[in-house]
Write a protein that binds this ligand. Structure first.
Ligand code: PLP
Length: 438
């Protein structure tokens, strides 16, 4: 089935006797056992079923099956946010003394996780000079547990050469872990190009309504963990945290995602609430339609900005002159997502006046909402990074990031136009109480 159909149907069949067409919300913490023997079999992973909602829940399980189907993976695990998903994805395979090799163009909080949180646990993240396979390869050694990239970087908009990165990583016996949040599985299915693990912030395009935080880890099921037993003992040797379970032997192709659930989620507890899973499913149903409109509107906005003499520069990989244009054709079917960045003539001050003058487009930190959103990465999402780190991540002081929404494009363009005019005339009416106090 195609993406549009999967988004509506995958992972759910009406259950007897109610036959609810909508996915029911199983708002329960626990599940009744038939007997002591049944309980033991569940905890021994000998029989399928639900034990406790921190580990799995029937509503969340539908979302997991649907996201796995959208990405073409063998299984998925949903968690409370995109950051929780990435954290668990890494903790499930990396421990003290090990390292991750990453591209530099990543979301600011991920950068903080990599530079300031994982190192406290003895996991070092090595940042490559660029997103090229050659630059990443230089940093790999016997303790590297994953190569990491955002398929499309937030906010840099760089498109990673997934096939080249996967080939390079696999040559060293290392999996490729990608964040596919910005592209979404509507535009890109990284597993088809060799990625092994895909993480998502479901909060963004998949949810799409800006109501609900959530994250997912998807297991491609192709990485031969058993052939790299020395590097990955946690999947190939008895796990003392689960009374001696050997994940690769017990689960085969789903070994990794089962470890994410039974080692990481079970013990660290960043579970997704069933109501959140239900709300996210409402969004997933329409993701293909929304992304189509997001992309079409973003192209119109990018073209209008490029023509506008009040704009100093526009970064949008859908322009033929972008170095990433060929990768947009190869990986995104020619559709350059709906994030774009630009600078207003007049530098940071002019940019801030433009930002403050927006009326329709929301000032906030989020992306992938149906509504158009604007953010100033240097002072918000990427604020914890040093100026050098920001520059490597593709963040400049004057940069404004737009997540172009699905409103009528003429209304989006009109708002940008009026904000540019107000910024130039210096007549910015500060919208919020916070702004008027500044
Ligand atoms: N990945 C990317 C690319 C993001 O932009 C974000 C948030 O903006 C996240 C992950 C984190 O997602 P969440 O806010 O759901 O934790």
């Amino acid at each position: 089935m195609r993406t549009e159909t999967i988004a509506l149907h995958a992972g759910y069949e009406a259950d007897s006797p109610v036959r609810s067409v909508a996915v029911p919300i199983y708002q329960t913490v626990a599940y009744e056992f038939d007997s002591a023997e049944h309980a033991a079999a569940l905890f021994n992973l000998e029989t399928e079923g639900f034990r406790y909602s921190r580990i799995s829940n029937p509503t969340t399980a539908v979302l997991e099956r649907r996201v796995a189907a959208l990405e073409g993976g063998v299984g998925a695990l949903c968690l409370g946010s995109g950051q929780a998903a990435l954290h668990s994805a890494i903790l499930s395979i990396a421990n003290v003394g090990r390292n991750i090799v990453s591209v530099p163009q990543i979301y600011g909080t991920t950068h903080t996780l990599f530079s300031h949180v994982l190192p406290h646990m003895g996991i070092n993240v090595r940042f490559a000079a660029s997103d090229s396979a050659a630059d990443l390869e230089r940093l790999i050694d016997a303790d590297t547990m994953a190569v990491y990239c955002e398929c499309v970087g937030n906010p840099a908009g760089n498109v990673c050469d997934i096939e080249a990165l996967a080939k390079m990583a696999h040559g060293h016996g290392v999996p490729l872990l990608v964040d596919n949040t910005v592209a979404s599985p509507v535009l890109l299915r990284p597993i088809e190009f060799g990625a092994d693990i895909v993480v998502h912030s479901l909060t963004k395009f998949l949810g799409g309504h800006g109501t609900t935080l959530g994250g997912a880890i998807v297991d491609g099921g192709h990485f031969p963990w058993d052939q790299h037993a020395k590097r990955f003992p946690m999947l190939n040797e008895p796990d003392p945290s689960y009374h001696g379970l050997v994940y690769a032997d017990h689960f085969g192709s789903t070994a990794y995602i089962e470890r994410c659930r039974n080692f990481c989620l079970r013990t660290t507890g960043a579970a997704l609430a069933p109501l959140s899973a239900f709300l996210l499913l409402q969004g997933v149903e329409t993701v293909a339609l929304r992304v189509e409109r997001h992309v079409r509107n973003a192209l119109r906005v990018a073209e209008a900005l490029r023509k506008d003499s009040r704009i100093a520069w526009v970064n949008y990989a859908g322009f033929p002159e972008s170095p990433y244009y060929p990768l947009v054709q190869k990986y995104l079917g020619g559709q350059a997502c709906s994030l774009l960045t630009f600078g207003v003539h007049g530098g940071v001050q002019a940019g801030m006046r433009f930002y403050d003058a927006l009326r329709l487009i929301k000032r906030l930190v989020n992306l992938g909402d149906a509504k158009s959103l604007a953010c100033h990465p240097a002072s918000t999402t990427h604020r914890q990074m040093t100026p050098t780190e920001q520059a490597k991540a593709g963040v400049t002081p004057e940069m404004i990031r737009l997540s172009v929404g699905i409103e009528h494009v003429d209304d989006i363009l009109a708002d940008i136009n009026q904000a540019l005019a107000a910024a130039q005339a210096g007549q910015v009416e500060l919208a919020s109480a916070f702004n008027s106090q500044r």
